[in-house]
Each structure stands twice: as structure tokens, then as C-alpha cells.
Design a protein around this ligand. Structure first.
Ligand SMILES: Cc1cc2nc3c(=O)[nH]c(=O)nc-3n(C[C@H](O)[C@H](O)[C@H](O)COP(=O)(O)O)c2cc1C
Length: 375
């Protein structure tokens, strides 16, 4: 039977399924529920020092369904980071670590462009026992006026500087979470890794407008008739997330060996997870999937990943992590590979057709003649 345990930056997880930062990690009760259901680790909802500055609106989600089955496959949110007080969060982190000492609890943090604020948030969280940090440099809609989230994450110089501040005080592993709303995700990723981040998480949501209500003519989600572009997640983003993860994993292999990747975006099944692992992720995160299906979804995901591994004879995640990265080439290389393969096939066909003169029957006479010709 396949062994799903995995160790990422020294953090031992019973399986690679991690709750991604967002509503499924919004307080100690739900984080405890996630541990009880067997999730490999939990990343809490993003926190900052001054929760009173965070003001959420309602509604803040809009969803896209398939025409036939009505299944939700796209999800926009305009939710900000946690609006719960930092002190309450510190108490909750401490009580979670008291109750679940062996489980991996990761704090997602976001702050303004101030070294003292980043250092304070890191020091206070690690004092109450969190096992690692994820730096939210990637929320696409929230708090750009305070230069937070992706306002910072699209700028590699800022990413490098802020990650450096964090690394100067962090005593536990640090992952930098990337925004896909850039042309080359390798650039901010490399900046974070240069500054010493232990790993990269990717992707956060994709900036979007989900749609326009054709009765009211108002874009969604509509807050008193108005909206703002939000972040897109769920199944629909998986191909974009896989591409981003492939690019980051390839960069890590060449320039930053030993760093880790936490893959995120549209993961809902064990097979989805297997694809991210095959493209170099060390673990996978699920956010919107939990909002659709609940915490119990981890069990069928684990079963499906284990049966995929059994089917291929893989005993551990390390045995196939990154395996499929070797099959990427440039388009020009594909053209050359295909021309060579066609040439080889033709040569094989010709070789098959050439028989001793005495064996000719006349049925394949034209093919025989072709095979013996040049040009
Ligand atoms: C409602 C909602 C709230 C989110 N809040 C946060 C957040 O506070 N911090 C963060 O880093 N990412 C946040 N995310 C992004 C997710 O962690 C994840 O990166 C993204 O949704 C893609 O994964 P998914 O398709 O599994 O949801 C949020 C996503 C959703 C849908």
C-alpha cells in the first residue's frame, strides 16, 4: 500500500493535502475540524497586525456553473484577509498547538511595506508555536491602497526585500505565495528564493470579473449595485496553476535545488493532486474545494492518490514527484522531435516492406517498389 506521508522543509505531514489559506482556516474551530478529518497540514486565513483596518463586504463570492450539470467550476471572491483581531489569533494558534502538538499549523501573514511590522508579526506568531509561515504576497483585490498582497508580489524587488526581512527573524520554514497575475511567475519566485525563502506556494487567485447579470445589467458579485475585480479559483484555474507550478519547479531544479513547492489551484480529487506532484509540487493545497465539499473530502482524495500510486507501483511520493517535468520542450523542439519520429517510422516501414525477391507475391508490389526506391 502506498505511503502518503511526506516531509516538506522538515515538516512531517501524514499526507500531502494541505488546507489553503482562506475560509476553511478562518478560526481555531474549523482548523481543529480539518486536523480531525485528517488533513496533512493547515494554513490559516491570512492575518495582519491591524485587523480593524480590514472591512469585508457582502456578498463577496460569485460562482460559475456548468450549463448541463450545474456543478460549480469557477469561483470569484472579493474577500479580504481576516478581520479577526491579531490577539485573538495568537490565543487560537496557541490553543491549537497545545491540542494538536504533532500537526502542522502554518500562519499566513500579510503586512504593509514596513520592516518592523513584518518582523513583529513573524516573531509573535512563532512565539505561540506555529510550525511555518506563508507570506501572502499575492491577494489580487485586497488592500492595494496599503501596497499589500499582489501589489507587493508583482514587484520582484519588493518581494526580495520583504522576504529578506522575514528571513532575518524567522526560526521556522517560510513559503512565499505567488500571484499568477504576472507575465513570468519565475521572476518573483526567484526573488523570494534569492532572499532565502524555503519554498514557494502557487498560485493565489487570478484577477477576474465573473460575469454580468443580464437582468440588472450589474456585474457580479454586486455590492449595493457595484463591484470590483476579484480573484478567480476552483476547477477552472487548474490548467493555469499547473503551468505556473511547472515553471517554478523547473526554475527550482536548475537554480534553487532543495527548495520546495506547494501547488494550489482547482484541486478537488486525488488525481488532481497527482498531476501537481508529477509536475514538481511537494504538497498540494485545497481552498475552494473545501468550500464546495467540506473537510471530509480529504479521505476520498487520499484513497484516490494512493490507488494511483499503487497502480504505478509507486511506494512513496518521492518516487514520482516531478517525474513529468522531463517531458516539456520548446515548440521548435517538438517540431524537430516529430520530424525525426516520422523519419524513423518511415524507415521502419520500409524495412518491413523489403523482402527477398523470392518472397514477392504481387499483392504489395507497389509498396515493395516504393520501399526499394530513393525519393
Ligand atoms: C473565498 C476565498 C478566500 C481566500 N482568502 C485567502 C487568504 O486569506 N489568503 C491567501 O493567501 N489566499 C486566499 N485565497 C486563495 C486560496 O488560498 C487559493 O490560493 C486559491 O483560491 C486557488 O486555490 P483553490 O482553487 O483550491 O481555491 C482565498 C480564496 C478564496 C476562494
Amino acid at each position: 500500500m502506498a505511503d502518503l506521508t511526506t516531509t516538506v522543509n522538515g515538516l512531517l505531514m501524514p499526507n500531502p493535502f494541505v488546507i489553503g489559506s482562506g475560509p476553511p482556516g478562518t478560526n481555531a474551530n474549523v482548523i481543529g475540524k480539518a486536523f480531525d478529518e485528517g488533513w496533512g497540514a493547515v494554513i490559516a486565513k491570512t492575518i495582519s497586525l491591524e485587523a480593524e483596518k480590514v472591512i469585508n463586504v457582502q456578498p463577496r463570492y460569485a460562482r460559475l456553473r456548468s450549463r448541463d450539470s450545474k456543478e460549480i467550476f469557477g469561483w470569484e471572491n472579493i474577500e479580504l484577509i481576516s478581520d479577526r483581531s491579531f490577539d485573538v489569533w495568537m490565543d487560537e494558534f496557541k490553543s491549537l498547538k497545545d491540542k494538536y502538538p504533532e500537526r502542522i499549523l502554518i500562519a499566513s501573514i500579510m503586512e504593509e511595506y514596513r520592516k518592523d511590522a513584518w518582523c513583529e508579526i513573524v516573531e509573535r506568531c512563532q512565539d505561540v508555536g506555529v510550525n511555518a509561515f506563508e507570506l501572502n504576497l499575492s491577494c489580487p483585490h485586497g488592500l492595494p491602497e496599503r501596497k499589500m498582497g499582489s501589489a507587493m508580489g508583482v514587484n520582484p524587488d519588493l518581494v526580495e526585500e520583504v522576504t529578506g526581512w522575514v528571513m532575518s527573524v524567522a526560526k521556522v520554514p517560510v513559503w512565499a505565495k505567488m500571484t499568477p497575475n504576472v507575465t513570468r511567475i519565475e521572476d518573483p519566485s526567484a526573488a523570494a528564493l534569492r532572499a532565502g525563502a524555503d519554498g514557494i506556494s502557487a498560485i493565489n487567485t487570478i484577477r477576474c470579473v465573473l460575469g454580468v447579470d443580464l437582468k440588472t445589467l450589474r456585474p457580479e458579485p454586486s455590492v449595493e449595485g457595484y463591484t470590483t475585480p476579484g480573484g478567480y479559483s476552483c476547477q477552472a484555474v487548474k490548467p493555469i496553476a499547473l503551468r505556473n507550478c511547472m515553471e517554478i519547479a523547473t526554475l527550482m531544479r536548475t537554480d534553487f535545488p532543495g527548495r520546495t513547492l506547494s501547488g494550489i489551484g482547482g484541486i478537488e480529487t486525488g488525481h488532481d493532486a497527482a498531476e501537481f506532484l508529477l509536475l514538481g509540487s511537494d504538497c498540494v493545497q485545497v481552498c475552494t474545494g473545501v468550500m464546495k465539499m467540506g473537510y471530509k473530502m480529504v479521505k476520498p482524495m487520499m484513497d484516490e492518490l494512493a490507488s494511483f500510486m499503487d497502480g504505478h507501483g509507486f511506494n512513496s511520493i518521492d518516487e514520482f514527484k516531478g517525474y513529468s517535468l522531463q517531458f516539456f520542450r520548446t515548440h521548435a523542439e517538438l517540431v524537430a522531435i516529430q520530424a525525426e519520429a516520422r523519419e524513423k517510422k518511415k524507415a521502419e516501414h520500409d524495412a518491413q516492406m523489403i523482402r527477398e525477391d523470392a518472397q514477392w507475391t504481387g499483392d504489395d508490389f507497389v509498396d515493395q517498389s516504393d520501399a526499394l526506391s530513393r525519393g
